[in-house]
Design a protein around this ligand. Structure first.
Ligand code: GP9
Ligand code: MN
Length: 402
């Protein structure tokens, strides 16, 4: 594979970071990132039996930047794809996980940028085995300094369900580990309880199940509610340990939890009209950026997980102008720019391209006047540039220190 520098350079110069008043507002702060397993945006401000599914997140977003039109861009690599997009701002592969398939590549990762531009120490925290999704190896490649995995936690039958340690004891033990980190640090905490098939002991159920035809969806609201409680506890513990004030928090849903076959039940649960583009719209995941002392606002510009990194870097005062990456700062992202899906589909402010059909987003009607074509071209170009970078391991040729 050859580095098509022409295309890439043209691409990079077209996406210069725009200035905003927010540039550098979180400079030098610790970064705490929370990957919320299978958390879709529909749970925000949604109730079951008169009770909020996410009472803590609902209150947090009132004093945060809340991006309510961010789409899950993951493919088969699920959680690892979301991590990959956030750490590299490249797209996942169409099959398998980059974490498993390309762990020996050179990546210009978020962790390296933070180290080079602010002396950050990076750690990831997750209650599953270190080898799952090949994290142990890939984290080295990405420049993480430390991975706290299952062996670093006290995991018992009592404090576990489904894939492993429950989110509350996970966060409790993580805070203990976090106290020992050098500052400034980047800490990524990956939750686990809200994972398919959404199992939960009775004591952990803080809300009644939903009442639809699909037990998966009915259970899902209870595990999301538990996760919300766990995040609330985490914030309380960070506050009481003096670890809250000087920190920027980024919370995001890693990918969908309710798969396509359960979506009719979701439509019923949300009292929505049936629509062919519901499938795409349901793939919205919440993205919340909380900076203590800053007011925040709700931002409804379409974007994707690949855009999280440049947004964070902007707030940390790190320029992203010349980076070989695909994300855009969510504070200035153009609403017509397509949010790229791995299958070639996309969404922007006006259109949804799903299963090779172009829809008018506002009325869900298919359109055949070629409106989607210029965006489809961008989608194809970005995916193929990203694939070239990954398959050709092209970032190893980058001369300048980024
Ligand atoms: C496993 C956790 C869940 O470690 O990240 O993985 P998923 O199935 O969501 O990719
Ligand atoms: Mn996941």
């Amino acid at each position: 594979t050859h580095l098509d520098t022409g295309k890439m350079e043209e691409y990079i110069s077209a996406k210069k970071d725009k200035e905003t008043d927010l540039f550098g507002v979180a400079k030098g702060k610790n970064v705490v990132m929370i990957s919320m397993e299978s958390t879709q945006n529909f749970v925000i401000n949604q109730k079951v039996g008169g009770k909020e599914i996410t009472p803590f997140l609902n209150s947090l977003i009132k004093e945060s930047f809340y991006f309510n039109q961010i789409y899950d861009q993951t493919a088969q690599g699920k959680t690892s794809d979301s991590e990959f997009m956030i750490d590299t701002s490249l797209y996942p592969l169409s099959g398998g996980s980059v974490f498993v398939r390309r762990p020996d590549n050179v990546f210009n990762s978020l962790q390296k940028l933070l180290k080079n531009h602010g002396g950050y120490y990076s750690a990831s925290f997750h209650g599953n085995d270190a080898s799952f999704w090949n994290r142990e190896q890939m984290y080295e490649t990405l420049g993480y300094d430390r991975f706290f995995s299952k062996n670093d936690y006290e995991v018992t039958d009592d404090n576990s369900v489904n894939y492993g340690i429950l989110d509350i004891p996970f966060f409790e033990q993580s805070v203990t580990h976090m106290k020992s980190l050098p500052t400034p640090y980047f800490a990524k905490l990956i939750t686990l309880t809200n994972h398919f098939p959404f199992l939960l002991g009775e004591e952990e159920q803080l809300i009644s199940m939903a009442d639809t035809d699909e037990s998966v969806l009915n259970r899902y609201v209870t595990t999301v509610r538990y996760q919300d409680e766990a995040i609330k506890h985490l914030f309380e513990q960070l506050k009481s340990n003096g670890m809250y004030e000087d920190t920027i928090f980024i919370l995001y849903g890693d990918h969908y939890g309710i798969s396509e076959k359960y979506e009719p039940a979701l439509t019923e649960f949300l009292n929505k009209d049936d629509s062919p583009i519901n499938h795409t719209l349901y793939r919205q995941v919440p993205v919340i950026i909380h900076i203590p002392g800053l007011e925040g606002e709700t931002i409804s510009i379409p974007g994707g997980e690949v855009d999280i990194r440049p947004t964070l870097l902007h707030l940390l005062g790190i320029k992203t102008d010349n980076l070989m990456s695909f994300g855009h700062n969510l504070f200035t992202r153009s609403s017509s720019h397509p949010v790229v899906f791995r299958d070639g589909g996309f969404v922007n402010d006006k259109y949804v391209m799903q299963d090779n059909i172009c829809y008018n987003k506002s009325n869900s009607k298919p359109i055949s006047d070629g409106s989607c074509e210029k965006y489809e071209k961008i989608v194809r170009e970005e995916l193929s540039l990203s694939d070239n970078i990954i398959y050709g391991d092209l970032l190893r040729f980058l001369k300048q220190k980024q």
